[in-house]
Design a protein around this ligand. Structure first.
Ligand code: MN
Length: 436
C-alpha cells in the first residue's frame, strides 16, 4: 500500500508555472500517465506525464537517459506507444520514476533546461487509450446503485442474496473501449416483444444511458493458478481513470437473463486519457467500513490495511450538453455528483476476488467499478436511476428520460481536501451519433 513520501509534500512547487495555479488539477503532486501526440498528426503516440497545462514527453526524455536504477528502467519502458511495459514493471519501478519526475519538475531543479524542450501544451495534443487493454471486467460495487436498480425489478427484494458476499462482475469487451472524445452510433438490436410470447422488436436503442464509473488499470499481473492475496492486491494496481459504461437499457432488459449483459454494453465504453497512480491518490485514502449490521467480508477479502485505508475520496460528477444547448452557447448541465468513498467493495477486494480461482490478470487489463451512485438525492449515477420517477428538465428547457442523438456526456472526477492541491482525474467525454 502506497505510503506518503516526499512526492506528496503539499508545499512542492514546479518550475512549470501552470502546475502551481490553485485548482488546476495537475500539480506536481499528481503526475498522471497517458499517451499523446500533436493534434491531427499521424505519428505514433508517445508516453507522457501531465504537469499543469503541459505534457512532458517521456518517450523523448528516455532517449536522454538522465537517471539510474529502477527509475532508469521505468523510463526505458516509456519508449512505447502504450503504458503496458511500464505497468508490467511493478510498484517499485513506478514509485522510483514518480520520485525522479517529482524532483526534476520541482522549482530549482537542475534538469529544468533538459525537460523544458520536451513540454507540449495539453490543449495541442490528442490522446488514445493509454494501454493495450487485453481484458475488461465490469463490477457492480455501489450498493446504492444495485439497490435502486433492484427496486425497479423487485420492489420487495431489491438486493440479491449474494451481493454483500461477492463482488459481482461480468466480463466485458475491450475492443470498443475508446478515449475521451469518442463518438459512436446509437446501437441497434433486439428488444422485448410488445406482448409476451411475441416477436422481439428490432431497431435503434430507445433507452440509451450512461454509467458514471471509475476504471482500474492493472499493473503487474499474476501467473495463471496463483491468486493475489488481499495484502498484495494494491501493488498490482497501476492507477485509476474515469469510465463511462454506455448502456442500452432496452437491449439489456431483453438479453440479460440468464448470462448477464452482452450487446447492451459492448458497443462503446469511454475512458479518460490520464491514469492517476494509486501513489498519487495516497493522501485521499479513507477507512473502508461496512455498516455495523452488514456481514463482514470473508477472510480472503479482508485485511487490516484494507479496513484502515482501502477507500478513496474521489468526487465525481456527470454533465450533459445537447445539440440545442451547444447551439445556444449554454454551459453543460450538471446531472449528478457522487463520491467513490461510498462504494461497497474496495479496489483491493476486486483484484483479490478476480484472481481467487486462479484467473490470470495481465498488465493493462481494465476493471470498471460499476455505476458509482451515492446514498443521497442527486447522487444517481445513471439516467435509469435519475429519471425513474419521470423525465428531468434541463436548465434550457429540454427534457430527458434517456439520451438523444448528439447528446454529449461529460464525466469529471477530482480529489480535494483542505491544505492539499487538487488532484484531477481529468475528463471523460463522449457523444451519441445517430444509428446507422
Ligand atoms: Mn457498468
Amino acid at each position: 500500500m502506497s505510503q506518503l513520501n516526499e512526492t506528496h509534500d503539499p508545499s512542492l512547487l514546479s518550475w512549470v508555472e501552470s502546475a502551481n495555479r490553485p485548482g488546476n488539477g495537475f500539480p506536481i503532486q499528481n503526475l498522471p500517465f497517458g499517451v499523446f501526440r500533436e493534434k491531427g498528426a499521424s505519428a505514433a503516440f508517445r508516453i507522457g506525464v501531465a504537469i499543469g497545462d503541459q505534457v512532458l514527453d517521456l518517450t523523448a526524455l528516455a532517449a536522454q537517459n538522465p537517471w539510474n536504477g529502477l527509475a532508469a528502467e521505468a523510463l526505458a519502458a516509456c519508449t512505447a506507444d502504450r503504458l503496458n511495459r511500464l505497468m508490467a514493471l511493478g510498484q517499485a519501478h513506478w514509485s522510483a520514476l514518480r520520485l525522479e519526475l517529482s524532483r526534476a519538475l520541482r522549482a530549482g531543479s537542475p534538469l529544468q533546461t533538459t525537460l523544458e524542450p520536451l513540454l507540449v501544451g495539453r490543449d495541442a495534443v490528442e490522446h488514445d487509450v493509454p494501454a493495450h487493454i487485453g481484458d475488461y471486467t465490469d463490477f457492480y460495487i455501489s450498493v446504492h446503485h444495485a439497490t435502486s436498480i433492484g427496486k425497479q425489478f423487485r420492489p420487495d427484494n431489491p438486493l440479491l442474496p449474494n451481493y454483500k458476499w461477492v463482488p459481482i462482475g461480468y466480463h466485458g469487451r475491450a475492443s470498443t473501449i475508446g478515449v475521451s472524445g469518442q463518438a459512436f452510433p446509437r446501437p441497434v438490436g433486439q428488444t422485448r416483444p410488445a406482448t409476451e410470447g411475441g416477436t422481439p422488436q428490432f431497431g435503434p436503442c430507445q433507452r440509451l444511458d450512461y454509467e458514471l464509473e471509475l476504471g482500474v488499470f492493472i499493473g503487474k499481473g499474476n501467473p495463471q493458478g496463483q491468486r493475489i492475496n488481499i495484502e498484495d492486491a494494491e501493488s498490482h494496481i497501476f492507477g485509476l481513470c474515469i469510465l463511462n459504461d454506455w448502456s442500452a437499457r432496452d437491449l439489456q432488459a431483453w438479453e440479460y437473463q440468464p448470462l448477464g449483459p452482452f450487446l447492451s454494453k459492448n458497443f462503446a465504453s469511454t475512458i479518460s486519457p490520464w491514469v492517476v497512480t494509486l501513489e498519487a491518490l495516497a493522501p485521499f485514502r479513507e477507512a473502508f467500513q461496512r455498516p455495523e449490521n452488514d456481514p463482514q467480508p470473508l477472510p480472503y477479502l479482508s485485511s487490516p490495511a484494507n479496513k484502515a485505508a482501502g477507500a478513496f475520496n474521489v468526487q465525481m460528477e456527470v454533465l450533459l450538453s445537447t445539440q440545442a444547448s451547444r447551439a445556444n452557447g449554454e454551459e453543460p448541465a450538471r446531472l449528478s455528483s457522487s463520491n467513490f468513498r461510498d462504494a461497497y467493495w474496495s479496489i483491493a477486494q476486486l483484484v483479490t476476488h478476480h484472481t481467487v480461482n486462479g484467473c490470470m490478470l495481465q498488465a493493462g487489463d481494465l476493471f470498471g467499478t460499476g455505476t458509482l451512485s451515492g446514498p443521497g438525492e442527486g447522487e444517481q449515477a445513471s439516467l435509469l436511476e435519475l429519471t425513474s420517477n419521470g423525465p428531468i428538465t434541463l436548465p434550457w428547457g429540454e427534457q430527458r428520460r434517456f439520451l438523444e442523438d448528439h447528446d454529449e456526456v461529460i464525466l469529471r472526477a477530482q480529489c480535494s481536501k483542505p491544505g492539499y492541491p487538487t488532484i484531477s482525474l481529468g475528463e471523460c467525454a463522449g457523444t451519441v451519433l445517430p444509428a446507422v
